[in-house]
Write a protein that binds this ligand. Sequence first.
Ligand SMILES: CC(C)(COP(=O)(O)OP(=O)(O)OC[C@H]1O[C@@H](n2cnc3c(N)ncnc32)[C@H](O)[C@@H]1OP(=O)(O)O)[C@@H](O)C(=O)NCCC(=O)NCCS
Length: 167
Amino acid sequence: MRYPEDSKAVMTDLVLPSETNPLNNLFGGELLARMDRAASIAARRHSRRIVVTASVNHVAFNKAIPLGSVVTVEAKVSRAFKTSLEIVIDVWIEDRESGRRTKANDAIYTFVAVDDLGNPVPVPKIEPQTDLEKERFEGALRRKQLSLVLAGKMNPKDATELKAIFE
Ligand SMILES: CC(C)(COP(=O)(O)OP(=O)(O)OC[C@H]1O[C@@H](n2cnc3c(N)ncnc32)[C@H](O)[C@@H]1OP(=O)(O)O)[C@@H](O)C(=O)NCCC(=O)NCCS
């Protein structure tokens, strides 16, 4: 049994000119890569195995991140299933003068723990502690089923958590 906090990965870095779009804001693909790196560290800390990105379930580019920003990417395992892990990532930027942090984006990735040959292997269970961790844990099965249905890997008829939303 492990806790979400044990997996927490925090990466802080600047936005440089080579990482921006024509509006001088952080290029979306660069942010996806930063989130993928932080999420893979969180997944590895929880599972202590090789991990691979199985799916990007959700990304919200809510707020543009300007050139020169200090960007902090925080990733934590929200739920462990049999071999897969849901990772929630929060992205923050900080005001240069006040130092105040503002939430810029968030995302949800799925990683799978694998052996040396790339075959999925079981991961330890997780026990959420805080209210936010409990909320994210509760919603994770619904998001997993949605991702599997969209990927054509689950029959919608078997997606019990999704059906419960609409009934
Ligand atoms: C991810 C990968 C290991 C899954 O292999 P697979 O043959 O589909 O294995 P399984 O069907 O047993 O699925 C393994 C787990 O992944 C989950 N999974 C697979 N696809 C998923 C998806 N699209 N969304 C959410 N979960 C997914 C399954 O539900 C299962 O979870 P569980 O064991 O916790 O219940 C395999 O597809 C792979 O190696 N992909 C390439 C990964 C990679 O290279 N990533 C970097 C991209 S550049």
